[in-house]
Design a protein around this ligand. Structure first.
Ligand SMILES: [Zn+2]
Length: 272
């Protein structure tokens, strides 16, 4: 049993939701993060990210994903201009390849050996396979570091962001996107269709997320790692049309009711 919160080290985490034994989902009232306890072992997680995980990305979703990456790049360039970019958890490398074509100098890390090899073939250059810290990039090296739906998968999000801070230039930009634990509109749509609540963690039923962030807990985490949040809002990088529709409704309702109910969160930060 975990005695302290892996983000803020607070010690009063409470049960949020039972899961398949021995796992359960805990919530830290101090920083609002929810997390799986105990974490599944690294080998079990790595097995999830073989060719099957990426099959749709490189086939039926390919053109929609290309449009998503294009929109994200234009967004990033509006904030950071162009320069040296690192994508942590770069998956199949499609984002970096589009960035490279637009004039970025690109680098990527990826924990899945299958995806790292695929990305390297796409980019025509090596992609580091392993944890970010193991890549040992020089200090103050990158103009922008992106984590597109990566933080919810890692076991040490705080130390990962601290390493990002070390390798970012003084005015460098961090961009993080994660699913939103308070995706109330999506949860309502799920219950309507499936007649049950979506589970926060299940190795059988869904992609395993080790952390579940809210706008508050993501802001807290990024601040703890030494960043100042410049902007937080909805992440619109959704490729499935039905989910896009639900997210559109969530964005409108959130704006009207002053809530943070979007499907996913996008955050921009700079070194504090
Ligand atoms: Zn906490």
């Amino acid at each position: 049993m975990r005695s302290s919160c892996p983000v803020c080290r607070g010690g009063s985490s409470r049960l949020l939701e039972p899961a398949e034994p021995p796992h359960r989902v805990l919530h830290c009232p101090a920083c609002d993060v929810a997390f799986v306890d105990p974490f599944p072992d690294r080998a079990a997680l790595q097995r999830r990210y073989g060719p099957g995980y990426y099959a749709a990305w490189i086939s039926r979703q390919k053109s929609r994903r290309a449009r998503m990456w294009d929109a994200r790049l234009r967004f990033l360039e509006g904030v950071a201009g162009r320069g040296r970019l690192l994508d942590v958890g770069c998956g199949d490398g499609a984002f970096l390849e589009q960035a490279r074509r637009r004039g970025w100098e690109v680098a990527g890390t990826e924990i899945s050996s299958w995806a790292a090899a695929h990305a390297a073939a796409t980019l025509g250059r090596a992609v580091f396979c392993g944890e970010l810290r193991e890549a040992a990039y020089p200090e103050a090296h990158f103009d922008a570091v992106t984590l597109w739906h990566v933080l919810e998968h890692v076991t040490e999000p705080l130390s990962l962001l601290e390493e990002v801070r070390r390798i970012l230039k003084p005015r460098g930009v961090l961009i993080v996107a994660v699913p939103n634990r308070n995706d109330r509109v999506m949860q309502a749509a799920y219950r309507l269709v499936k007649r049950r609540r979506p589970k926060l963690f299940s190795l059988r039923d869904r992609e395993p997320h080790l952390f579940h962030f809210s706008a508050a807990s993501l802001t807290r985490l990024v601040a703890l790692a030494g960043f100042a949040v410049a902007w937080i809002g909805p992440d619109s990088g959704i490729v499935e049309p039905s989910k896009r529709l639900v997210n559109g409704a969530a964005v409108v309702l959130s704006r009207l009711l002053h809530r943070f109910w979007w499907n996913a969160i996008l955050l921009i930060a700079r070194k504090a």
